[in-house]
Design a protein around this ligand. Structure first.
Ligand SMILES: Nc1ncnc2c1ncn2[C@@H]1O[C@H](COP(=O)(O)OP(=O)(O)OP(=O)(O)O)[C@@H](O)[C@H]1O
Length: 433
């Protein structure tokens, strides 16, 4: 998959070349990760807790040493540069402010350190405060501010020196829902007005989808997919990405490919099945893979309630629960189909399960060998549940649908809206961006 910035008009502001971070000689937090961020681009790093987002951000800021690989700023190799020389400003979950300085003094402080006079620094700070809607609290002390106001001050202080690169690490996570939405919109508008290259870390898919020019979805120290919000949502590269984006969560159904005597491809779910159109590209790929296990990804809106049993490509089940969600209703339909846990699928098998000659030496093994530390310790068993289990189909229905629990329903499946993944969680029709 190409991870480079697609818009030719932009220059590359940050380039990460096979960057890794190994803590204490054995814990791989970031694993040979490569990514380009364009000048002025708003990139969101999205991924579950512990996948290495903060570590990556800290390596770009120079707060964490890179174990292997290179960090470039434009045409300068910044891998070993001191943090202050990188032109980078960072805002954390809770913006740390100087407690004994007023809001205005906090914002103007970086300019004063840089040698700017009080009057000029004060004017710049007041201008930024206006953009950030905190002009009425300029004379207040940080302890008297709300969480949202404090984050605004932290953002003002980070941006006051016009950094080349603006890094934000979950800046909204400690705010209430209303404040989060408001500040999210302001961060988006402000960074675009200032045309500052921004890298924003979050595990919140709504923040990622609403803010990003592009989203890089991280998992286990690597990037699984990168693209515009519509690309990663509508055309996810892996089952994990499909499962991480979207509410309700996408249905990931375990199926087996059945190629009929007439070279038609059917996807078998135990007792039920659906057929692919012969002109569908996936059909052309799968007709050579009779018996192969696949994962069918179908969002809740890929189904339609139908009356009869005769329609092709339908699944039948029993309503187990029905929820009113305002704009639509969500039905949980028991179809007896195995669903796949996206968090488990495609995770590398434990090192001891892979023949050494097939796997090749891992990053960790190579690093330890170089440091004379011998082979890595046996990996811990993974604390996750099983890969497959029987669960309900989650189906979106018009809000005026009236159904009782226990009702038998027929659901037409729109096969043009499903994604097909192989057993490792990668799309059978590979995604190239
Ligand atoms: N200083 C450290 N020493 C050892 N391990 C660390 C250190 N910092 C981070 N880690 C580990 O590296 C992995 C990545 O951590 P990191 O904080 O980058 O993840 P994250 O995606 O930002 O998670 P979260 O969203 O929870 O902040 C985790 O397993 C974490 O325990």
């Amino acid at each position: 998959m190409a991870l480079s910035f697609p818009y030719k008009a932009y220059m590359t502001a940050i380039r990460l070349e096979a960057v890794s971070k190994v803590f204490e000689g054995e814990h791989v937090a970031v694993d040979e990760l490569s990514l380009e961020i364009g000048d002025g681009e708003f990139m969101v790093l999205l991924g579950p807790s512990g996948c290495g987002k903060t570590t990556l951000l800290r390596m770009i800021a120079g707060l964490e040493r890179v174990t292997e690989g290179e960090v470039w700023f434009g045409r300068t190799n910044g891998t070993d540069m001191a943090p202050r020389d990188r032109g980078v400003a960072m805002v954390f979950q809770t913006g740390a402010l100087y407690p004994n300085r007023t809001v205005q003094e906090n914002i103007m402080f970086p300019l004063q350190i840089a040698g700017q006079g009080d009057a000029e620094a004060g004017t710049t700070a007041a201008g930024l405060a206006q953009i950030l809607s905190i002009e009425s609290v300029l004379d207040r002390m940080p302890r008297t501010l709300s969480g949202g106001q404090r984050q605004r001050v932290a953002i003002g202080r980070a941006l006051v020196r016009r950094p080349q690169v603006f890094l934000l690490d979950e800046p909204l996570s400690n705010l209430d829902a209303t404040m989060r939405t408001e500040l999210r919109q302001e961060i988006g508008a402000m960074t675009r007005d200032l045309k500052v290259t921004t890298l924003y870390v979050t595990h919140d898919q709504v923040e990622a989808l609403t803010l990003a020019d592009r989203i890089a979805v991280m998992r286990d120290g690597r990037i699984e997919d990168v693209g515009t919000p519509t690309q990663v949502y509508n055309d996810p590269a892996t089952a994990f990405v499909a499962g991480f984006l979207g509410t309700p969560r996408i249905n990931l159904l375990s199926a087996t490919v059945n190629v009929t005597a007439h070279h038609r491809v059917r996807l078998e779910f135990g007792g039920q099945s659906i057929g692919l159109d012969p002109t569908d590209r996936r059909s052309l790929i799968l007709r050579h893979h009779h018996g192969a296990p696949v994962i069918v990804g179908a969002r809740s809106n890929a189904f339609r309630l139908i009356a009869g049993e005769d329609a092709p490509n339908q699944l039948t089940g029993t309503i187990r629960a029905f929820e009113f969600h305002g704009q639509q209703s969500i039905a949980f339909v028991q179809c007896g189909i195995e669903v796949v846990n996206p968090d488990r699928i495609g995770r590398p098998a434990p090192a001891h399960a892979i023949p050494a000659e097939a796997a090749g030496p891992s990053l960790l093994t190579r690093l330890r060998a170089r440091l004379g530390l011998g082979t890595p310790p046996e990996p811990e068993p993974e604390p996750h549940g099983p890969t497959h289990r029987r669960a309900d189909l989650v189906v979106e229905l018009p809000v005026d649908t009236e159904l009782q629990r226990g009702t038998r329903v027929h659901l037409a499946v729109d096969t043009t809206r499903i994604h097909l993944f192989d057993h490792t969680g990668h799309r059978v029709d590979r995604v190239t961006r």
